[in-house]
Structure formats: C-alpha cells, structure tokens
Design a protein around this ligand. Structure first.
Ligand code: SF4
Length: 248
C-alpha cells in the first residue's frame, strides 16, 4: 500500500518564520497539506479536500513569489523541491502542517525520511494511530487540543491517546483561547495534559478573530493562564506573531 503512494494534494510550500508556539521566530520551511478531519470556527486555512487544483511552491525562498504545479503532487518531486529550498538557506525545521497532515500519513511515511531537516509536525492531535506509524520520523510535535465547544464534539479520548504517544518526543500543546472559551473545558484540557506529564509546555494562543470567535480580553487570557498554572509548570501566552508582521 505505502509503496503505491504517489501523490497528495498540497496547498503550498514556503519559507517563513514559525509564528506560533514554542519555536516562535525560528526560520522554518512550511509544507501545507490539504484536507482536515475537523471544522473549527476560527480556521485560517481553506482545507476542503479537492479545493486546490494546484500547489504553489515558493520559487525563491522568502520572496512570496510562487511557481504552480498540478495536484496531486508526486512525493519524490516534493522531496526534491523541499531539499533544494533547504540547501539555499539553513532552516530550523521543516514544518509539516495543514489542514491535518496526518490525513496523508501514507504519503508522509514515504516523504519524511527524504527531507534533510528536522521534522516539526503541526497537528490537531486526533489521529493517534497515524502518529504512531510516523513517530520515528518526527522530531517535534506541535499538538492542538480542540475544545468541544469549538468543534461540536468531544475529542478527549483521542487527545489522551495522542498525548501518550506524542510525549515521547519534543512535544508542546497549543490551545486557542477566544473570549467565549469555556473555563470548564479549559480546566479539563489542562488536567488531561497534566495526567500525562505536567512538564509538557502549554501555549495559550489568543484567537485571531474570525467567524464567531472574538479576541479574548486581558482578564480572560490571564485568567486562563492562572487556571493552567495550577496544573502545569510551563504555560505561555503567545499570539500568532506572523499575522502581526503580515508574513505567511
Ligand atoms: S484542525 Fe486546524 S486545519 Fe482543521 S479545521 Fe481546525 S483549525 Fe482548521
């Protein structure tokens, strides 16, 4: 099955700074896959399957000038493109993102060993079986916890299984906080992380307002950090910094 994997729908490949989470500010190469298994109200990616006929790849790194290629993109071709960009400038990591990149786990199984950089996986933390398969190929995991009121379903069990597996790696957890975010859901998320390891870094990310999600007040976000610090040792508030700088 895996040997027969040829193509995946890729939205874009570009070089920028990591704008979120524990490694904010580092230069990374982003590979964004199409498709997601969730539908968050504040989502900033058009990830519907089949919505991108073509993939755009930055022609000169950091230039925001792109060349376009038909989707699905061949795995060997993509690896060559990524590695030539990595040769042009040292990057902290290749950030595999989406959508939900684990939707393309068979493709990643073939792609990741051929990328000449540490691999950072950005994931919504709901596909533990796929993570387990790819774990030896991944160096850093940026895992979101999605609260029930954001996605209209409970994901606690999937998040718990995912956390257990991911905690073997350099892992940090990100939770988006809006003014409407419920404290009891936040509390449950903090306790879930602490039940695996209370040293796992937690990033509280004030939502970049979109749809029904409003920016949290100072009281809301500081209050969320206060609740988190009763369960976890490393809790930081970091907004989407690339948005502030108009970077990709
Ligand atoms: S998990 Fe991420 S990509 Fe998927 S809908 Fe939510 S914000 Fe968008």
């Amino acid at each position: 099955m895996r040997d027969s994997v040829k193509g995946a729908n890729v939205i874009e490949v570009f070089s920028s700074i990591q704008g979120e989470g524990k490694y904010v500010g580092y230069r990374q190469l982003f590979v964004r896959f199409e498709g997601c298994n969730l539908k968050c109200d504040y989502c900033d990616t058009e990830h519907e399957a089949g919505s991108h006929e073509r993939c755009r790849i930055e022609s000169v790194i950091g230039s925001q000038n792109f060349s376009f290629y038909d989707n699905p993109v061949d795995c060997d071709f993509l690896a060559d493109e990524i590695n030539s960009m990595l040769l042009a400038l040292p990057h902290h990591a290749a950030s595999i993102t989406g959508g939900e990149p684990l939707m393309e786990s068979d493709y990643l199984f073939k792609l990741l060993p051929n990328i000449n950089a540490p691999i950072l996986l950005e994931t919504n933390g709901t596909m533990p079986r796929e993570l387990k398969m790819l774990l030896p190929m991944v160096d850093i995991i940026s895992m979101d916890i999605k609260l029930p009121s954001e996605v209209n379903r409970e994901l606690w069990d999937l998040h718990r299984d995912f956390l257990r597996i991911a905690s073997e790696k350099d892992l940090y957890v990100k939770i988006v906080v809006a003014d409407e975010t419920k404290d009891d859901e936040l509390r449950r998320a903090f306790e879930l992380i602490a039940s695996i390891d209370n040293n796992i870094p937690l990033i509280l990310q004030p939502v970049t307002p979109k749809g029904m999600s409003n920016k949290p007040s100072a009281k809301k976000i500081m209050g969320a950090q206060k609740i988190a610090l009763s369960a976890l040792r490393d809790v930081r508030i970091i907004p989407q910094t690339h948005v502030m700088m108009n970077l990709l």
